[in-house]
Design a protein around this ligand. Structure first.
Ligand SMILES: NC(=O)c1ccc[n+]([C@@H]2O[C@H](COP(=O)([O-])OP(=O)(O)OC[C@H]3O[C@@H](n4cnc5c(N)ncnc54)[C@H](OP(=O)(O)O)[C@@H]3O)[C@@H](O)[C@H]2O)c1
Length: 415
């Protein structure tokens, strides 16, 4: 089969853009040439000669010789303008921008089908782990029951350093930024938004579900405090930010992004620093575990490279599962066993929202409970106060536990 020659217009020359430039220099087997690079700031120092750069997107979008646009910028709104125009002009697109994809998933599906052009985005989910193409191709006939992942490299780096080196949250975040693991806007990572965008993409390829970002509850790691960390350390647990999507007994899909306690020996307990990990559970293949670097210049560029290579033989996502007719479970039918820490003065109001309490503790200011709560009430509690923090213990099949409330008097007081 004659492989297509690729003439690239590259948007962005930051961590991933420069990474791709270097990776392409070392990949002589791929017939891909970067014709034009467009960046934003004209007065910035560059790793290569300024003659290679343009600051005008028209130099790529209006160039008929450029047949592939690689979009690696850190501005999701500008990225959508660029990507949608490129698709309308019949140019294939490779992007790593999960925020842009998640916010415009339906429009991007329509553009691909209307203009018969491929849009590939393996780098947008877990960087070096080839999960999207696996979900598209490999799991097509094997009934997928769930997919659970550590999908954000920078929060995993922060949490790992907090546990292994006792770094403070701020110190670990600074390190993650210095190493190029963190997004330009760190709250995208630490608030669980980046993980939510990735989960949204995974939902489409795993279950054929197209949802809007606001349909997925995301709680990040930015509210974790000393009490939460010392509780985990005392019980020899780690905390990981986990994205989950899976079918329940009624066949509906439950999904969320939450910090989760990970016991020693669990597959995720060895996924540290910038690594990502994904566990798939299927009817016939049973459990599979993918692990690889989830951020950084070369790991991310390697996924872009793989998409470019796929374009040389006209690969495109077929989105075969979109016709499966899957449905999201209602949030008030999703039951989670959680650790919930909150300000003690709110106890009466908050405990009412729990289905069941197993344990409860308090000191002078703070309290925590371990109990069962619906995803709907968990979200309400998250929004109620910025000091409320949740850590998932387990997703329950259904609410089989009897509704028994713990009263205020039964609190054990700790200092
Ligand atoms: N870093 C990672 O590990 C990683 C992993 C997976 C996915 N991603 C995704 O990859 C993309 C790029 O991330 P990054 O870390 O490489 O970002 P970055 O280092 O901040 O670089 C961003 C680049 O985009 C350019 N840019 C911004 N707005 C532009 C515009 N309107 N037109 C043209 N160029 C524009 C910047 O130009 P100037 O150089 O002139 O400022 C810069 O070169 C993001 O979508 C990110 O989510 C990153």
């Amino acid at each position: 089969m004659q492989r297509k020659k690729i003439n690239i217009g590259l948007f962005g020359f930051g961590c991933v853009g420069f990474g791709l430039y270097q990776v392409l220099q070392k990949t002589s087997g791929l017939k891909a040439n970067i014709k034009t690079i467009v960046v934003k700031h004209a007065n910035k120092a560059r790793e290569i000669g300024l003659e290679h750069f343009s600051y005008d997107r028209r130099d790529i979008l209006d160039d008929p010789e450029i047949n592939v646009v690689v979009e690696l910028i850190d501005d999701a709104d500008a990225a959508f303008e660029i990507v949608s125009e490129a698709l309308k002009k019949g140019k294939a697109v490779v992007t790593a921008n999960k925020k842009m994809i998640a916010e415009h998933f339906t429009e991007l599906l329509e553009l691909q089908s209307l203009y018969h052009v491929p849009l590939l985005y393996e780098a947008a989910c877990c960087a070096s782990i080839p999960i999207i193409r696996n979900l598209e191709e490999y799991y097509n006939n094997d009934l997928l029951e769930s997919i659970e992942g550590i999908v954000n490299g920078s929060t995993n780096y922060i949490l790992s350093k907090t546990f292994s080196e006792n770094l403070s949250y701020a110190e670990a975040l600074t390190q993650a930024q210095e190493k190029g693991y963190a997004e330009s806007y760190p709250s995208l990572d630490t608030g669980g938004f980046d993980a939510k965008y990735k989960l949204l993409i995974l939902l489409a390829h795993a279950f054929g579900l197209v949802v809007k970002p606001e349909e997925i509850v995301n709680i990040g790691i930015d509210r974790l405090g000393d009490l939460d960390l010392s509780y985990a350390k005392e019980k020899t647990l780690k905390i990981k930010l986990v994205a989950y999507a899976g079918r329940n007994k009624s066949g509906r899909v439950q999904c969320f992004v939450l910090p989760k306690f990970i016991p020693a020996g669990h597959k995720f307990s060895s996924v540290d620093e910038v690594f990502n990990g994904i566990i798939t559970q299927t009817s016939f293949a049973d459990t599979q575990f993918f692990v690889g670097k989830g951020a950084g210049a070369y790991p991310t560029a390697s996924a872009v490279l793989s998409d470019l290579s796929a374009l040389t033989y006209d690969y495109r996502y077929e989105y075969k599962k979109l016709t499966q007719g899957e449905r999201l479970e209602n949030r008030d039918s999703v039951f989670l066993k959680v650790f919930f820490r909150y300000k003690k003065e709110h106890a009466d109001k908050y405990i009412q929202l729990f289905e069941h309490i197993d344990e409860s503790y308090a000191n002078r200011q703070q309290a925590y409970v371990i109990g069962t709560v619906t995803l709907k009430n968990l979200h309400a509690l998250h929004l109620d106060h910025e000091q409320n923090s949740f850590i998932l213990i387990d997703l329950l099949d259904d609410n089989t536990t009897k509704k028994t409330k713990t009263t205020k008097q039964s609190y054990a007081y700790i200092e």
